[in-house]
Design a protein around this ligand. Structure first.
Ligand SMILES: [Zn+2]
Length: 388
């Protein structure tokens, strides 16, 4: 988002040479210039409403501020209640134009990672060109860019012909579960749309844009062995124990998959011994064992990030094959949870980047290049990838 807001602000405050802009484009550009103070005022207003993902009232309140702006632009808006997935909900707005052009889906989110308990709460102007505040770059600034881009289009007489859907989710930072419900409305919107654009920051650099990002999901490995006195380990009846089997599995994950481009998988927590008690809420747990007892069980939790659904599938298959190949007297299961899908690097995405780059150059700004997908986190737009 910072990229977009910077691009946006740079567009607004720099003396721009409009050599390559058409008359209509100049009009749009000057509308943005003139209205920059108002855009910043809206940004300040929404940043000063705490909307940590679990502060449902705050998320709703921010949603209502943007809803009234979309209403005024002629959108048919709707607040989707988040009760079924235990979050605040989403704002959705539809604009059906007179034209037959493509349908654009513009994606933002209303929540931030800063809950009311955080000490970071207010919008503060640091100097003539910088402000700080919770969720400015991630991503209320991007939401404000959506609103003012639409205002500029309306003012220039272009909006009336455009087919647009705006979705601002209320749980991007801590998404509700099941994801199938929490992202249902976004996916439905994507099915109608031809092109989707997310307005969140990529790499905090206005010279870059994200054309591909990796997905992220979690996995859990559970291993069981036969507990016995350590003097009996490696015998036919006792076998290798849970900890040896776990180390075999993790080592083979590393050996077979760690060099694959754009794929990462990270075991984050491991518990093992005679008695293991995992506390999901604490992201940890308890393990008891003795040095002279063969380990009975282990639990490992980790994440996996892949650049395309095909790569994810391939990696999951390889991991399952490794797990299935047990050391003596051990058993293991590996499960993957539902996660954020990847936004694969497609021709369409590069085409959009080309457009963006051209606009940047026409505005006498810098060339825009793609962010390395390894540096781009999972995001809501990825849910739309297979539909647009
Ligand atoms: Zn975000």
């Amino acid at each position: 988002m910072k990229k977009s807001i910077l691009l946006f602000i740079v567009i607004l405050i720099h003396p721009i040479c409009y050599a390559q802009l058409s008359k209509l484009e100049k009009k749009i550009s000057s509308f943005i210039d003139v209205n920059n103070p108002d855009a910043l005022k809206l940004l300040e207003e929404v940043v000063n409403v705490n909307s940590g993902s679990m502060n449902f009232d705050g998320v709703y309140k921010v949603g209502q501020i943007f809803k009234s702006r979309l209403d005024a632009l002629g959108f048919k808006t709707q607040w989707i209640d988040g009760k079924p997935f235990e979050r605040a909900g989403h704002l959705i707005g539809y604009h059906t134009g007179n034209g037959t052009g493509k349908t654009l889906l513009l994606i933002g989110h209303l929540d931030t990672v800063f809950e009311p308990s955080s000490t970071f709460q207010k919008y503060i102007i640091l100097n003539d060109s910088t402000a700080t505040g919770p969720g400015i770059s991630d991503m209320k600034g991007g939401d404000v860019i959506i609103i003012y881009s639409l205002e500029a289009l309306k003012q220039s007489g272009l909006l009336k012909d455009m087919n647009l859907i705006v979705v601002m989710t209320g749980d991007e930072e801590l998404s509700g579960r099941p994801l199938a419900l929490a992202r249902k409305d976004l996916i439905e919107a994507a099915k109608v749309a031809d092109i989707s654009i997310g307005f969140e920051d990529g790499k905090s650099d206005p010279k870059t844009a994200v054309s591909s990002r990796r997905g992220a999901s979690g996995w859990e490995l559970k291993v069981k062995g036969v507990p016995a006195h350590s003097s009996q380990i490696f015998t036919d009846n006792i076998g290798a124990g849970a900890i040896y089997e776990t180390s075999r599995i993790l080592t083979e994950f590393y050996q077979k998959l760690s060099t694959e481009k754009d794929l990462t998988f990270n075991p984050g927590v491991i518990l093992g011994g005679s008695d293991v008690n995992r506390e999901i809420k604490l992201n940890g747990g308890f393990a008891y064992g003795k040095t002279n007892i063969v380990a009975k069980e282990t639990i490992v939790t980790g994440d996996i990030r892949a650049v395309s659904p095909e790569q994810l599938k391939r990696a999951e298959t390889t991991m399952q094959q490794i797990v299935a190949n047990h050391l003596p007297q051990t058993e293991a299961t590996l499960t993957f949870d539902e996660g954020y899908p990847p936004l694969a690097p497609t021709e369409g995405n590069y085409k959009l980047l080309d457009y963006y780059n051209k606009v940047s150059k026409d505005l006498s700004l810098e060339k825009v290049v793609a962010v390395n997908p390894r540096d781009a986190g999972a995001a809501d737009i990825s849910f739309t990838a297979s539909f647009v």
